[in-house]
Design a protein around this ligand. Sequence first.
Ligand code: DGL
Length: 267
Amino acid sequence: MNPAPDAPILFFDSGLGGLTVLGPTRALLPTAPIVYAADYAGLPYGQKSETELAARVPALLGRLVERYQPRLAVIACNTASTIALAHVRAALDLPIVGTVPAIKPAAALSKTGVIGVLGTEATVRQPYVDDLSARFAGGKTVLRHGSPGLVTGAEAKLRGEPVDPTVIARAIAGLRDQERGDAIDVIVLACTHFPLLADELQAAAGPAVTLIDGADGIARRIAALTEGQPWPAFPTPGVAVFTRSIDRPPPPLATLAPYGIDRIETI
Ligand code: DGL
């Protein structure tokens, strides 16, 4: 059965990183009603344990699905997806799209055969990443580095605050300083926050390196999964919902307005 035209797509991240997936999705589906959920009370996910996230993410998504009745949910977070995607799919009865490191296209693009994966500390240690590397980058060298500083930097940049340049330099050095790191020609941005710092990361990595992320592919997947479903005739204003955090209030609405969001709620 088709969903009602006003049934939203739910995007979920620990913070504002998922906006980098929402952006290309809105470009493909401009009238899609959007709920953007950020777990500010849980940010940063990259510093949390597998056990904690495997319990937290399905429980929170369950509450959000009950409240907003989306037609589809997007886990716009590599950390949550590589740890909890299977748990969420088992717990919820709606299509779930995950976000996993774009190792496959990176391997296809690399000429040197050395790929960098920049993610959170939790993501880069996941067996899910071992699996992707074995399946899609066999015979290539996949170097990984976890950078919590880039998450903080991306949140700051979106709020119009300065980004500490040493954080950027340290993240690139974390890949370059590994054995064969000087031969990296493709870097996978394996955290949805990091494309928000693409200009800074590109400048630090140099022109010989291509940065790649999965957002366009995820947007196409969402469009394919909802093909033929009814949508509103005109763009409807989106809502952002933040889990309540004492030391991290939601950003000003102006930060979210370019993504079609005109209302902020907290839960
Ligand atoms: N945006 C998230 C990701 O894609 C994680 C950021 C964090 O909470 O550490 O991995």
